[in-house]
Design a protein around this ligand. Structure first.
Ligand code: ZN
Length: 686
């Protein structure tokens, strides 16, 4: 294995050489080296006090190697998937997670960290070093490391059970979704559906052995949304709505897949876990690693947004009702809302993603994006040829600052293709890390799934795809422009999770500004700039039903947060189901579309019952407030004002996770975040 490119690391991964058989031996080897280093470091401090150099630095060095070996593997698994690659990747996952668990439970490391934080040397460390150590202590404590033995055992049991419950929740949802099918014998029953949705239903019928009808509907998201949005047949919409919104509940066809008991057990165990760790509730525990300081702050934040957007949401809903009535629908049920909304939007704006594409040829958009960040931050981005990449479509770029110093590099993999995971994301290839004088500059992967070029035309992006590219590039800049030298808090590392989306959503704003669009939105054949009428239409369509969307997100956020905050182990079941009661109260407060009594949305809310969003769903809105308010400073000073750009660069992008996100925000904005700019951007204030 001498030539294993994952064992003998180079500055940039040697993608062309990486074979599936290299993966497991290399990762096992790095993990063994990491464990050996931990043992050696612990042994070296048997009768010696730890210092940053003797304790933290050796561990950071070895873990950086592990990260740089693993990152191309996990990246290739996502963008060049094959069976051999996937099985090598899957074989490493349990080893990596076992290592992480062992480190989190290592009492020697905990003791040494405590000793260093408590030592006289601590005050001499830099802000970033102190933050690294504080974060580390916090995660040891959240992992239950200093609990008495009996409680620690209970902590482990709860964790284990919660992870089982999470995967059963997801599995039930999947089973109940997969089991539901509706054969359709006449195309007329599907009137209104676009060609692509019909083709999808036809394909589903052909693929299903038991189906003799020409079309088959199911509850997969593309099919469900197509029916809800386009099917003229109201009964059909109601049927699908009912099936979808009773999934994994006592009202679904198969009661074995009911998630109701899982929900109650999960909430009870989370509450117990939080109390074991000394928190009043699971919501309090959730906030320990977030920017929001207290549950009250989150509730007030969501309630204020709700109070300010509900009147407009009611108005939007009344307009929709009036429109539906004109179309002959006297009542507007939950299964009519998406259908008439689509009709109303078409009637008002006649704008579609297709209309705008000729103004967004990919090469121009990319250059425009680079021009914008050059004007904002003074950085220069150049393409670098001859770098080893995993696919011919991938481009490589280097970023230099105004002084000519290299700040970072990135791979850009823009187009959809087979064996590439869907969606868009930024991932870390290497982190900024000052290795005792030798500086490692950050490297990022930027991945999108835009429609590839057809024939000799350039790829034409939809406006949504342009926004996605800007969004991911925002994450990328956060990672690459950091000036923090310690990898645990450099770039996006160590940033509170409700603040991580600030730099990314912030970049999206430039996709809606005339002055910015003029830098790149030009017709690919005629070079004509985006016509003003089209631009105005685009802006108007942006805020279509924005208040209704806002209150819907607030409904989910408040439900999630209150459910975890107000958990009561002594709840008297004769008062009814607690989860449903909280949901009903929240809907009373914020919703404008009241769902029918049979709706069991909560039984499919996998974000909070099977994902990582428990008592954290509010983060979506929280980060939107931050990014809108940050952009408002540019609106005040000029969207290309370079002094404001430098402020954002120095106070936010360069700082990574080295300080609390609230402190950084205040340093940039001169005050705490305000919700007004978000309301204004959504058209919710005058
Ligand atoms: Zn993002």
């Amino acid at each position: 294995m001498n030539s294993n490119p994952l064992t003998h690391l180079s500055r940039l991964p040697r993608f062309a050489e990486i074979q599936p058989e290299h993966i497991e031996p290399a990762i096992s080897d790095w993990l063994a080296q990491c464990r050996a280093k931990v043992d050696a470091v612990v042994a070296a401090h048997a009768d010696k006090a730890p210092s940053w150099e003797s304790f933290i630095q050796p561990l950071e060095l070895i873990e950086d190697q592990l990260e740089r070996a693993w990152s191309p593997v996990s990246h290739l698994n996502a963008v060049m998937n094959s069976e051999a690659l996937r099985s090598a990747y899957d074989a490493c996952l349990p080893k990596l997670s076992e290592y992480a668990t062992d480190m989190g439970q290592n009492k020697d490391l905990f003791r040494l960290t405590q000793a260093l934080v408590g030592s006289a040397d601590f005050a001499d460390l830099t802000q970033a070093q102190q933050k690294t150590l504080e974060n580390s202590l916090r995660s040891f404590k959240l992992g239950g490391i200093d609990l008495p033995a009996a409680q620690q055992k209970r902590y482990g049991e709860i964790q284990q059970r919660l992870s089982e419950l999470g995967s059963r929740f997801e599995q039930n949802l999947l089973d109940t979704s997969n089991a539901w099918k509706k054969p359709i014998s006449e195309a007329a029953e599907l009137a209104g559906l676009p060609e692509s949705a019909l083709a999808m239903a036809k394909q589903a019928a052909e693929a299903d052995e038991d189906c003799t009808a020409p079309y088959l509907l199911n509850l997969q998201i593309p099919c469900y949304l197509a029916v809800m949005t386009y099917a003229d047949n109201r009964e059909l919409r109601e049927t699908l709505y009912r099936a979808y919104n009773t999934r994994a509940s006592e009202l679904a066809d198969n009661p074995d897949w009911d998630n109701s008991a899982i929900i109650e057990e999960t909430l009870a165990l989370r509450h117990e876990l939080a109390q074991l760790l000394g928190f009043a509730s699971y919501a309090d525990k959730s906030l320990a690693t977030k920017m929001a300081n207290s549950p009250g702050e989150v509730i007030d934040f969501l309630s204020e947004l709700a109070a300010k957007s509900k009147p407009t949401a009611e108005k939007e809903f009344a307009e929709l009702q009036a429109f539906a009535r004109e179309q002959g629908a006297e009542t507007l049920n939950a299964w009519d809302v998406p259908y008439y909304s689509e009709k109303l939007q078409q009637a008002r704006y006649q704008i579609s993603q297709e209309t705008l594409k000729p103004w967004f040829p990919a090469p121009r958009v990319i250059q425009g994006l680079f021009d914008i960040v050059h004007r904002l931050y003074g950085i220069r981005i150049d393409k670098v040829e001859g770098v080893d990449v995993w696919h011919k479509d991938v481009q490589f770029f280097a970023i230099h600052d105004a002084d000519g110093l290299k700040r970072g590099e990135f791979y850009l993999d823009l187009y959809a293709r087979q064996h590439k995971r869907g969606g868009a994301w930024m991932d870390v290839c290497a982190s900024r890390f000052n290795k005792a004088g030798e500086l490692q500059t950050p490297v990022a992967y930027l991945t999108c799934n835009a429609t590839p070029p057809l024939g000799d035309k350039p790829a034409l992006l939809t406006h949504d795809e342009v926004i996605t590219l800007f969004h991911e590039f925002g994450h990328g800049l956060h990672h690459m422009l950091t000036q923090v030298d310690y990898p645990a808090v450099s770039g996006i590392s160590g940033v509170e999770w409700d603040a991580v989306e600030l730099p990314s959503q912030f970049m999206e704003n430039w996709c809606w500004e005339r002055e910015a669009l003029d830098l790149f939105a030009r017709h690919y054949e005629t070079d004509e700039p985006l016509p003003e009428a089209l631009f105005q239409n685009m802006l108007a369509a942006k805020n279509f039903q924005s208040a209704m969307q806002m209150v819907r997100q607030l409904e989910f956020s408040l439900f999630d947060f209150r459910l975890h905050l107000e958990f009561d182990p002594d709840w008297d079941a004769s008062q009814g189901n607690r989860t449903q009661t909280v949901l009903d109260e929240v809907r009373q407060q914020v919703a404008v579309v009241t769902p029918p009594a049979f709706n069991r949305f909560q039984n499919g809310f996998s974000h909070i019952f099977a994902g990582g969003y428990a008592a954290g769903y509010y983060s979506y809105k929280w980060a939107e407030v931050l990014s809108a308010d940050a952009f408002a400073k540019f609106e005040e000073n000029g969207i290309f004002d370079s002094a404001t750009g430098q402020d954002f660069l120095h106070h936010i992008l360069e700082q990574g996770g080295s300080q609390d996100a609230m402190t950084l925000f205040i340093n940039f904005r001169g005050r705490k975040p305000s919700i007004e700019p978000l309301l204004r951007h959504c058209g919710l204030t005058t």
